[in-house]
Design a protein around this ligand. Structure first.
Ligand SMILES: Cc1ncc(COP(=O)(O)O)c(C=O)c1O
Length: 386
């Protein structure tokens, strides 16, 4: 039998039972009179989540499917783009841009803070950029990058803006429409609290115009956003997709998005902020070093370095073996020294947070770093607002 630990990794995550139950239901078809309203409601809920009245497309696959579709549809060989990177997923974005033989200019910064805005501005002043590409929530370190500020610069310099919101949609403010993001990419399995399986792409009118005005790029069929639009326009009243869709995942996503709508996006984001604060307070109280400053800290994951002399691998292994909770190692340059804890989905609930914090206290004690029992729970009362 598969061992099922509590998933407190940076995704995928544990999700609510009433969302999960859709995965065990009989399969339904991705077309026909019963399906179209389900599809339409899901798209309208996604517009709410992305905060845009514009197009949103669901493509079967993971977040990278959406990034690949977005970059490959908007841009063509030789196009000059600026990629802002401060971690593993910025590097992924750079690799995707390079795979399309774009002229990739990179602004790299420390993995613990965003690329300074004055550097972005200076670079954009050089002119000639066909797009700026950046990651909103760098899941490799837990830095929340200032998309709103970079969006303002892109508007000023009239450069299309592509945002990897794979791990930020639903957990942090991401106003795709109002901020003028041209392509905003996310996925079902992180902040949207649904199973893995869907890439989600929000597309501005300007992005469509650019795609239409380009000569054929040889980008292929499945990952071309224009292919998806054509099928949705031509077949939308009975078969609103290019391919067979993972209908169970979409039903689960719809259930999760209904819960998001019911809670309210602003309230959801505020709750995630309270959870992150409580987790950070608890971890610091035990003697963990918080990798990222409060100013840039993610609301969905927290990266930490154990107290001196404590091996992160042993913390991770002990927590899994003794407390049945899975957390992740650090990423990139932090892989040997840091740990990452995800607090999204069910991981924002006390039935995950209390075992996590108590489990870490016991783990540290057993590895030789005494911690006063209960001292990590001090931030939890702040989770509830009366
Ligand atoms: C910010 C970010 N971008 C991209 C990805 C890649 O997503 P996927 O593994 O769903 O392709 C991830 C996954 O962790 C991510 O966190």
């Amino acid at each position: 039998m598969i061992k099922r630990p509590k998933l407190m990794i940076p995704g995928p995550i544990d999700i609510a039972d009433d969302v999960l139950q859709h995965m065990g239901q009989p399969i339904i078809a991705h077309y026909g009179a019963d399906w179209v309203p389900i599809y339409q409601e899901t798209i309208s809920l996604l517009q709410y989540a992305f905060n845009t009245p514009g197009w949103v497309i669901m493509i079967p696959g993971s977040g990278t499917t959406g990034l690949d579709a977005a970059v490959g549809s908007l841009l063509a060989r030789g196009d000059k783009v600026l990629v802002l990177t401060n971690g593993a997923f910025g590097e992924r974005l750079k690799a995707i841009a390079k795979s399309y033989l774009l002229d990739v200019q990179v602004l790299a910064s420390s993995s613990l803070e965003p690329t300074p805005l004055d550097q972005v501005e200076k670079k954009l002043k050089e002119g000639g950029f066909q797009a700026v590409l950046m990651v909103h929530h760098e899941t490799g370190s837990g830095v929340l990058n200032p998309v709103k500020d970079v969006a303002a610069l892109c508007r000023r310099f009239d450069v299309p803006f592509v945002v990897d919101g794979v791990s930020s949609l639903g957990i942090a403010e991401l106003n795709t429409g109002e901020w003028g993001i041209d392509l905003c990419i996310s996925a079902s399995q992180k902040g949207l609290e649904a199973p893995p399986g869907l890439a989600l792409v929000a597309i501005s009118e300007r992005a469509w115009q650019i795609m239409r005005s380009k000569a054929p790029t040889g980008h292929g069929f499945y990952l071309s956003l224009l292919t998806w639009r054509k099928f949705i326009e031509d077949w939308g009243d009975w078969h609103p997709s290019v391919v067979t869709m993972p209908t169970s995942v979409i039903l689960a996503l719809r259930a999760s998005l209904r819960k998001l709508r019911q809670e309210g996006l602003a309230q959801r984001i505020a709750r995630y902020r309270r959870v992150a604060r409580a987790v950070r307070t608890g971890l610091a109280a035990m003697g963990f070093e918080l990798l990222v400053k409060d100013e840039w800290a993610s609301t969905g994951i927290t990266a930490i370095i154990p107290p001196a002399g404590i091996d992160p691998g042993e913390v991770q292994a002990h927590l899994l073996a003794q407390h049945n909770i899975a957390i992740a190692r650090g990423s990139g340059e932090w892989s040997e020294v840091a740990l990452r804890i995800g607090h999204m989905g069910s991981g924002t609930q006390p039935d995950h947070l209390i075992p996590l914090l108590m489990g870490l206290e016991q783990t540290l004690c057993s590895l030789g770093h005494p911690v006063e029992r209960g001292s990590s729970l001090g931030g939890l009362p702040d989770l509830w607002v009366d």
